[in-house]
Design a protein around this ligand. Sequence first.
Ligand SMILES: [Mg+2]
Length: 400
Amino acid sequence: MTLPIDTIETFTVRLPTRTDFRWNGLERPLGEVFVVRVGSGTLVGYGETVPLPDWGGPSGAPFGETPSIDELVIHELVAPQVLGQDAERLGPLLARAASGVIGYPYALGALDVALHDLLARSRGIPVYELLGGLRRSAIPIAHMIGLMATDAAEREAAQALEEGCRAFQIKGGQDVERDVDLVARLRALAGPGVSLRLDANCGYGPWKRGLDAVRRLTDAGVDLVEQPASTVDGLRRITERSSVTIVADELCWSPADALALAADRSADALSVYVAKAGGLAPAAAITRIAAAAGMSHDLNGSLEAGIGNAASLHVAAASGAELLPCVVPINGPAHDLPSAIFGRYFTDDVVASAFELVDGAVVLGDEPGLGIDVDEEKLERLAVAHRTTRAEARDLEVNL
Ligand SMILES: [Mg+2]
């Protein structure tokens, strides 16, 4: 059986947000996501990423993307490589897609997820089976506390705790005094069993200032600090001198980045995004590097809608490494909200039903593909851009 790709569609979708989420370096409001739908006959597969123009590696090598840039990349450069090709031969097809353009992991990542979803659906298996099989079905979730006033952060954390949250990622990096104070307050509020991570987003400046911040945060009760320095060298020096777990995010995009960080032990843990890596296959490769190096990792992102979130959860489910609480949303449509605050960044979603939340973790089932149903009417209603490229009849004839 073959699975020739006859259609590639892209959608730019705007989701309504619960509040205005901010972190150090983020200049635009969140809620705009990039969706790819691939078709083969009556079957479709979905993928999604959140391209951000103000997000990239400190070196400038990984650079910002936007939905409109990625729409152009997919239809003008990548579609000619993919249309008419057989998704049953997924590895060669992904390599062929990537040959259409250098870079643009968020564009290629959305397509990669859609092709995995299509293939898994056609075989009647979950996507995690394509990534090595199920290692865990319950994925612990960390709630993200954005850059906000301390009182508001405490109120939000208290409500998330009531809803079963057992881990927080606190955005900081702009003001060490505020970060230390907030960590101490949340530790007092949450007690000893709750995981507290401070994400500095490279904001502490030179590594010695980052080290000083990590030591003060440690005394305040933090468990993990993410990107307290912006360079590999700075991160390594802090990791060597810290008792808490140091996490690499901005410095960990590709499997090659992960390998370098692991080789020099420049961090204790890796923050893995499907989009930074450019798809499910390279993201899963990073989890294998973490496992081989004895490092832990999370699955993280930029507040994806339900499609992108499902992709992250499938990578987490198939990982053999130690898994940290994942900073991913708990998505659901407006009429089916599993939580009011915990993991809830949007008031609606394109998935037809909510993810299952049990004891602070999202639980994956064994439905085919990404295990979600996309509400196609809502997808089209919330889309602010939609473009379709179809295979020419001759493409399909050549490759069938
Ligand atoms: Mg981060």
